[in-house]
Design a protein around this ligand. Structure first.
Ligand SMILES: Nc1ncnc2c1ncn2[C@@H]1O[C@H](COP(=O)(O)OP(=O)(O)OP(=O)(O)O)[C@@H](O)[C@H]1O
Length: 437
């Protein structure tokens, strides 16, 4: 390798400056996914993007790789505007992305051939990469003969064989079991450290807080709708790190507090009570959470005397933290729970709900959903219809009109599910019609 100029020690390898991105929805309306993102990946660091599902983590990765051009803002590689693919990047995907008809070694060789390497180098590099990820002996095996962990090793071999300056990993360990994930993380860091002789960095996407604290030097916490950077946390814990060390667990706790503080902000002071009902003219986006998830949360809290720490709750119910937060947010929106600091507390109405029989629960559920503007507004539109019914597209139009930037199909699904449970309306799947009960 050529020696790099000194500026390579400090100059970011890649960078986003004020990047915003909108995808286009099927009806042509823009779906804002990222807003004003500033992000640098500097030499010799591991940066992790942490955030709830849908906050645009993969989109950031794809923009920096040059696979997507953002709607606004600048993308730089070594200080120069990026046009086309970023040649320094290799990506490890969550879904392995292996060709089933090719053997392990062929799956690695194919990316080296695509990179234009001479034939002899292709074989030599692929064989080396397969060896360093611990797959020697499996060169001639097909993906169907491999476990999830081994498939991901092939993905890693592919990326490492390219000797990239930037290794991008998109939730690389989410499809393998917990123990395999632990050892793969350590192996990636070892391989990366060996490569560290020259400037080289990792950018990884994850929803797993422990994983990012184990891996990252810098953690970029993102919020959703649209994706924004909420906080950047420097992680100076010495390496090698131990998942069970008190320092690592403290850092995990700190991150939980950071995320919870942003995602579940504490209620306003009693002197500024929030209105009991949202104005009838307003419509609020609904989270993609089912009624059974909300009821499950209430029952869980009921069984624990009415309150629990939100992190503990996610661990107890083996849910990913972001998903657990989403359910809590839905319950809070319906005023079933309150969330002082990190604690989720049942509201008195939720205790009545838990004590009620099925018709009683439905009546209380109906009362709570009808506190939301979107339910009241749709109910009143349905009442004005001669048959007290609307076709699906008409409801979708209504949602788009009020919330042009939201994922209207998902909101529709939640609207149907929550409304059905409270007998507010019925939905005929075949006729695709929503009607008042
Ligand atoms: N090609 C596309 N066209 C339209 N919308 C898209 C496209 N790709 C992603 N989206 C939407 O953009 C948003 C962000 O997606 P992205 O995959 O970047 O999020 P993420 O944070 O990586 O999510 P996850 O953790 O669930 O993988 C989502 O609402 C997704 O549905």
């Amino acid at each position: 390798m050529d020696p790099r100029p000194d500026s390579s020690l400090t100059e970011p390898l890649c960078e986003l400056r004020g990047v915003s991105h909108d995808f286009t929805q099927p009806n042509g309306a823009p779906l804002p996914v990222l807003r004003d993102i500033h992000l640098q990946v500097r030499p010799n660091e591991v940066v992790c993007l942490l955030g709830p599902s849908g906050c645009g983590k993969s989109t950031i990765l794809r923009i920096l790789a040059g696979l997507i051009r953002p709607s606004r803002g600048e993308v730089l590689a070594h200080g120069q505007p990026l046009t086309g693919l970023n040649p320094g990047v290799a990506i490890v995907f969550q879904s392995f992305a292996l060709y089933p008809w090719m053997t392990v070694i062929q799956n690695v060789e194919v990316v080296l051939q695509a990179a234009g390497l001479p034939r002899a180098a292709v074989h030599e590099r692929a064989a080396h990469a397969v060896r360093i990820v611990g797959l020697n002996g499996f060169e001639a095996a097909y993906p169907r003969e491999l476990s999830g962990g081994m498939k991901q090793r092939v993905g890693m071999a592919r990326a490492f064989s390219l000797d990239p300056e930037l290794l991008f990993m998109d939730e690389p360990f989410s499809q393998v079991d917990a123990l395999t994930a632990e050892s793969l993380r350590a192996e990636v860091l070892d391989l990366w450290a060996a490569k560290h002789r020259r400037s080289s960095s990792i950018l990884m996407v994850s929803h797993d807080i422990k994983e990012v604290v184990y891996m990252a030097d810098r953690i970029v916490v993102l919020g959703a709708h649209p994706g924004v950077v909420r906080a950047v946390v420097e992680n100076t814990l010495p390496r090698p790190r131990d998942y069970r060390s008190p320092e690592l667990l403290r850092m995990v706790d700190r991150l939980h507090d950071t995320i919870t503080g942003h995602e579940l902000p504490d209620a306003p002071a009693p002197s500024a009570p929030r209105p009991a009902e949202s104005p009838a003219s307003s419509m609020e986006p609904l989270p993609t959470v089912s009624t059974s998830q909300v009821v499950g949360l209430l029952e869980y809290l009921g069984a624990r005397g009415g309150s629990e720490d939100v992190f503990r709750m996610a661990t107890d119910t083996a849910q990913e933290f972001g998903k657990a937060l989403n359910v809590v947010k839905a319950a809070e929106m319906l005023e079933w729970v309150d969330t002082p600091k990190r604690t989720v507390v049942l509201a008195p109405i939720a205790r009545d709900f838990l004590d009620a029989d099925v018709p009683g629960r439905k009546a209380l559920w109906r009362r709570q959903v009808l506190r939301l503007g979107i339910f009241r507004q749709l109910q009143s539109v349905l009442e004005q219809q001669p048959r007290k019914a609307l076709r699906r597209e008409q409801v979708l139009e209504l949602i788009v009109l009020h919330m042009p930037f939201e994922d209207y199909e998902r909101i529709f699904d939640t609207l149907v599910r929550w409304g059905r449970f409270g007998d507010v309306w019925a939905y005929d799947e075949e006729l695709e019609t929503l009607s008042l009960q």
